[in-house]
Ligand binder design. Structure first.
Ligand SMILES: [Zn+2]
Length: 200
């Protein structure tokens, strides 16, 4: 996409052939940062003083054992006891409290496949959910990552030079589902059709 300029310190106006597009600089940068965080973030664990009983079914326990890497990447850890698995660590967070119910949610997401449990993944449609590479995230972790992505992204009101605008557009082309920010706001809209070039 060819860059025509920045509008209102919030939008990039671009042109692709005869079509003019308006790109939200914050939503676009946020979505790019969010997808990177979703794919790569290993959450810190906060060990529990007293490991918690999980009250899970045998099949849920199997799911945990088979997907231990996913649970650990999300900050959970377990203790193997004579009575089955106990919750030994939860994701570290200042503002969010995690517990056995989040382990259960992650089990459901993994058992149903991300697509089938699309509703639990917030604004993701099931096809978007399936397209996401990397780790499956419980909804509270997803919300934490969305918040982090938002804070670290280009804000509305910031003047961008051509190089920075180019980077936003190039990043948009790289990501899995570029059409909405993690909160569901559109990143880009078709603005208008440009008149054909005069030949005379
Ligand atoms: Zn934001």
């Amino acid at each position: 996409m060819e860059i025509l300029g920045q509008f209102n310190l919030g939008f990039i106006i671009g042109r692709l052939d005869d079509d003019c597009f308006i790109v939200d600089q914050h939503a676009s940068d946020e979505k790019y940062n969010f997808e990177r965080l979703q794919q790569s973030t290993l959450l810190n664990k906060q060990p529990l003083l007293h490991p918690q009983a999980l009250h899970i079914t045998a099949s849920e326990e199997m799911t945990i054992r088979e997907n231990m890497k996913v649970f650990q990447a999300n900050g959970f850890d377990f203790q193997d006891t004579a009575n089955g698995l106990k919750l030994a660590a939860v994701p570290f967070s200042k503002n969010t409290t995690f517990g056995a119910e989040d382990v259960q949610e992650l089990c459901t997401l993994l058992e149903g496949g991300v697509g089938a449990a699309g509703g639990a993944l917030g604004n993701l449609s099931s096809s978007e959910g399936l397209a996401l590479r990397g780790f499956v995230r419980p909804s509270k972790v997803r919300a934490m990552l969305a918040m982090r992505a938002c804070r670290s992204s280009i804000m509305i009101g910031r003047a961008l030079d051509t190089r920075q605008m180019r980077q936003v557009l190039d990043h948009l082309a790289e990501i899995e589902s570029p059409w909405n920010c993690p909160h569901g706001r559109p990143t880009m809209r078709h603005l208008c059709k440009l008149p054909p070039p005069k030949t005379s």
